[in-house]
Write a protein that binds this ligand. Structure first.
Ligand SMILES: Cc1cc2nc3c(=O)[nH]c(=O)nc-3n(C[C@H](O)[C@H](O)[C@H](O)COP(=O)(O)OP(=O)(O)OC[C@H]3O[C@@H](n4cnc5c(N)ncnc54)[C@H](O)[C@@H]3O)c2cc1C
Length: 484
């Protein structure tokens, strides 16, 4: 402890007011969206990228755990300082520079995704990765988690847009992986190794991101189907029909029922809760018109009913249905475990049927919605953490889900990452040889285990912890889901 105090003293001398120590300040960054509290002795609100190097050199010398943080919107505990030490808050590094000629942008890590999207949009450019948290999550967090989102079905995930990363190794040395070029086949690809490494292999202080041309137009559809098999045939069927949706989102009938009770409105008048798809097409006016023609034909043949939004306002109303699915579930129990499993496109029906069985056998509230265009479905388990018997049923159901996903040749996380929450299942996903290689990489890049310790490899059971009863800034109440 004496050494830690000594290190903190030096840190304050070097960085002055950027080092925060009051109880209130520390509390704010002691947890993320998982709401499990960690501990920390200081948090550094970084003002210049070079300060990251200074902090890491000191942490390396005194072996202080460092947890890097963007907005803290991770749902897995990835940004929680579970082993104490210091939190490196990069949210104030939020400048970016657009290179219009080369169609790329150089971004500091604290840039909020939707801020970037708005600015590049003004130049007719587009940064497609758009997690639902885009209004508050940061580019650094997105790179560290390889964030996905709604438009991945057409445009790909964060990784597909990262050309280069600059940042610092655990020992405080500066590195730059990749360049602002469209191709890079020069040496080991450490850039891609950092992407998705959840802050365990290095700290990103600049990302060079590829941009594309902004689609001229878009059109949004919401459709209800008699059964899951029909709705979930869409990803492969639409592709065979030459339709490339920019968004293809699914909600199961249990989720629709839950949402209707919550907002006290029907999604489709006179239709009892049924599986729903939210579909968006984007592109040039002629592309959209041709593709919507085929899509409408399919919806007329296959859907029970559908609605179309041709302007932003109407589209927003259809979007609310998707957004409120998640909010409505939160009202049902004190705890919601949000899994983000991914399976091959043709195994989604099997997965959803399996969840139906789980719901029946475990008598738990379990809702499924998500990015069916990518096979990436959110399975949400609601339970009361004060009820030990119900908690035990939820944990058992969760374990069964993870085993099923792995047996379907899927993965336990498609976009949120492992953090703390999924560590109990990592050993089932990987064999000893695979895990051994990952640990060897970690110990080569971070031999003292300074960066984000406790994540990915150590087993942590979130259901054994009491969650904080706090409302995070983005947790807001519902609006109406249909035109009034
Ligand atoms: C309502 C809601 C909706 C969401 N929807 C989606 C979704 O659609 N798709 C999706 O993928 N995720 C989603 N998420 C999860 C979350 O927003 C993402 O994981 C996001 O990428 C986290 O960004 P952040 O800035 O909040 O990072 P944080 O939560 O602060 O950190 C996340 C991880 O990144 C590391 N990290 C952060 N910055 C850096 C850096 N500069 N260098 C190195 N490591 C760093 C942290 O150490 C931590 O491991 C959602 C979350 C919420 C609350």
């Amino acid at each position: 402890m004496e050494l830690q105090d000594q290190a903190l003293g030096i840190l304050k001398q070097q960085l002055g007011r950027t080092v925060c120590e009051t109880k209130n300040e520390l509390q704010q960054v002691s947890h993320d969206g998982l709401k499990i509290q960690g501990s920390l002795s200081a948090y550094i609100k970084v003002e210049k990228a070079e300060q990251v190097g200074e902090v890491l050199s000191l942490a390396d010398q005194y072996e202080i755990p460092i947890t890097t943080r963007g907005a803290g919107s991770s749902l897995t505990g990835a940004a929680t300082p579970i082993y104490g030490g210091w939190v490196l808050d990069l949210s104030a590094l939020n400048r970016f520079e657009i290179d219009e000629e080369n169609q790329l942008v150089r971004c500091q890590p604290g840039v909020v995704v939707s801020d970037l999207q708005k600015e590049v949009g003004k130049l007719g450019l587009f940064y497609p990765p758009d997690p639902s948290s885009k209004d508050f999550c940061t580019i650094g967090g997105n790179v560290a988690c390889n964030a996905g989102g709604l438009r991945c079905v057409k445009y790909g995930v964060t990784r597909d847009y990262v050309l280069a990363l600059s940042g610092y190794l655990a020992n405080g040395k500066k590195v730059r992986w990749g360049r602002g070029t469209r191709k890079f086949a020069t040496g080991y690809n450490l850039r891609d190794l950092w992407i998705g490494s959840e802050g365990t292999l290095g700290v990103v202080t600049e990302a060079t991101l590829r941009l594309v041309g902004k689609p001229a137009d878009r059109i949004t559809f919401l459709a209800a189907f008699e059964e899951d098999a029909k709705a979930l045939s869409a990803p492969l069927l639409l592709s065979r029909m030459g339709i490339k949706p920019s968004i293809l989102e699914y909600m199961d009938k249990w989720t629709i029922n839950c949402l209707q009770e919550y907002v006290e409105e029907e999604v489709f008048d006179g239709i009892e809760p049924r599986p729903v798809l939210l579909i968006e097409l984007d592109g040039s006016v002629s592309e959209i018109s041709e593709q919507s023609c085929h899509l409408v034909q399919w919806l007329k043949e296959s859907a029970l009913d559908y609605r179309v939004a041709e302007n932003e306002k109407d589209a927003e109303e259809l979007w609310e249905v998707r957004r409120q699915g998640s909010s409505s579930m939160k009202q049902l129990a004190s705890t919601k475990l949000n899994e983000d499993v991914v399976v091959p496109l043709n195994r989604q029906i099997e997965l959803v049927e399996f969840v139906e069985g789980l719901r029946r056998d475990s008598s738990l509230k379990i809702g499924v919605f998500g990015h069916c265009g990518d096979g990436n479905l959110h399975v949400n388990f609601m339970y009361d953490e004060d009820d030990l018997e119900e908690t035990s049923r939820a944990v058992d159901a969760l374990s069964q889900l993870m085993s099923k996903v792995i047996s379907l040749d899927g993965a336990i996380s498609g976009e949120h990452g492992i953090g703390l929450a999924k560590t109990p299942f990592v050993r089932e996903q990987f064999n000893d040889a695979e895990l051994g290689v990952m640990k060897a990489i970690k110990s080569t890049l971070d031999p003292k285990g300074i960066l984000n310790p406790g994540k990915i490899f150590d087993i942590f059971k979130p259901w054994e912890q009491t969650k904080l009863k706090v409302d995070l800034p983005w947790e807001k109440s519902h609006q109406k889901i249909k035109p009034s």
